[in-house]
Design a protein around this ligand. Structure first.
Ligand SMILES: [Zn+2]
Length: 106
């Protein structure tokens, strides 16, 4: 499958968005880039989902939660790759802990 970069923005599915919101919550509820709170006092997600690869790529591996301000700044300056990778590393480890039937004692 060739990867065609288009300018067509694809919105993440509801389940992808939900997975990012739950991961953000479990990881401390803060923007991975600037540490601002991504949830309001009622626990509602106030951030956005950033497309860090292509706007047309809305897979869970190609998107992540950020605050609105960082998301807008990434139009001019791409998000730091190390922080993108750190988020996905933690998210996957979290999914393992949440969904694995094998539980290891902490
Ligand atoms: Zn931010």
């Amino acid at each position: 499958m060739g990867k065609h970069l288009t300018h067509k923005r694809k919105t993440p599915t509801a389940s992808t968005r939900e997975a990012h919101i739950e991961a953000a919550r479990a990881l401390g509820g803060r923007c991975p880039f600037c540490d601002v709170d991504l949830f309001n006092e009622h626990g509602a997600f106030t951030g956005e989902v950033h497309h860090h690869d292509a706007a047309s790529d809305a897979r869970i591996e190609a998107t992540m939660p950020t605050c609105g301000e960082c998301n807008r700044s990434f139009n001019a300056t791409p998000a730091p790759r190390a922080l993108i990778e750190a988020y996905h590393f933690k998210r996957k480890r979290l999914n393992g802990a949440l969904f694995s039937r094998k539980r290891t004692a902490a």
